[in-house]
Design a protein. Structure first.
Length: 95
């Protein structure tokens, strides 16, 4: 079974989301963090369960209605690339 890896941007995304939500509701922020991490932990078991991503070679797992975990997988690793709010521009606009 592949190993799970979190990229630095994905960890930073998750912390920013938790910080933002915790300003109004610390319990909800912790609950969302736990939910995202729990679902991500299961990705190595079934990495192709979720839809193909908008960027070739990626996949996207929707967590609740508003959060998306973008990841890549190969035979050895499932790498979480980003954790995004659904309202964020994804993929990023190329200038």
């Amino acid at each position: 079974m592949p190993e799970l890896e979190w990229s630095q941007p994905a960890r930073a995304d998750l912390l920013a989301i938790v910080d933002y939500i915790s300003d109004d509701n610390p319990d909800a922020a912790q609950w969302l963090k736990d939910e995202i991490e729990a679902k991500a932990a299961k990705l190595p078991e079934h990495p192709r369960l979720y839809r193909p991503g908008r960027i070739e070679g990626t996949r996207e797992m929707v967590v609740r209605a508003n959060y998306i975990v973008v990841y890549m997988e190969d035979p050895f690793t499932v790498r979480i690339l980003r954790v995004l709010h659904a309202a964020q521009q994804w993929p990023p606009v190329q200038e």
